[in-house]
Design a protein around this ligand. Sequence first.
Ligand SMILES: [Zn+2]
Ligand SMILES: [Zn+2]
Length: 192
Amino acid sequence: MHVTSSFAAFNSSDELKPYQFDRRDVGAKDVQIDILYCGVCHSDIHMAHNDWGFTHYPIVPGHEIIGRVLSVGTDVTQFKAGDLVGVGCMVDSCRTCSPCQNHLEQHCEQGMVMTYGSPDPHGADAITQGGYSTQIVVDQHFVLRVSESLDIKAVAPLLCAGITVYSPLRQWGVKPGDKVGVIGLGGLGHMG
Ligand SMILES: [Zn+2]
Ligand SMILES: [Zn+2]
């Protein structure tokens, strides 16, 4: 176990407060990440306020995570200590259903494991806890490589707001020169 400092919501109305909890041990396929930056997504605020009615407290929000690898499990080949990496909205899925086999883990038939607020299949805590914290342990399959040449604090929002805008552009085959409309200038719209 790794004692982790964080900021957590303890109820739907108060400010976030310091919170300590244990991250799981680093398993064979896990990557342990020292968190450097974490974006603030509006979903974080909805979850902290229990706007969707399924928040379990205390909850540590944050699913736009940028950090450096601290250690890796014995079966991890894609990452090593010191690598710059990111973690987005999900940290696990069943890996066996049709969507998972087709790289659509967000549509996992069992339900994806969200970075925070999902029942934790590894059982270290009752629910998964997110990136408003000093470190996180994530299966390598859900860890992304981040280029050292980028402004890493500006990269963090790409991991939720960015991918959410990128997905429809990719889905519809948008290419340079095409004309598109962006409705609204919130977190997603300004990324668009
Ligand atoms: Zn988000
Ligand atoms: Zn699945």
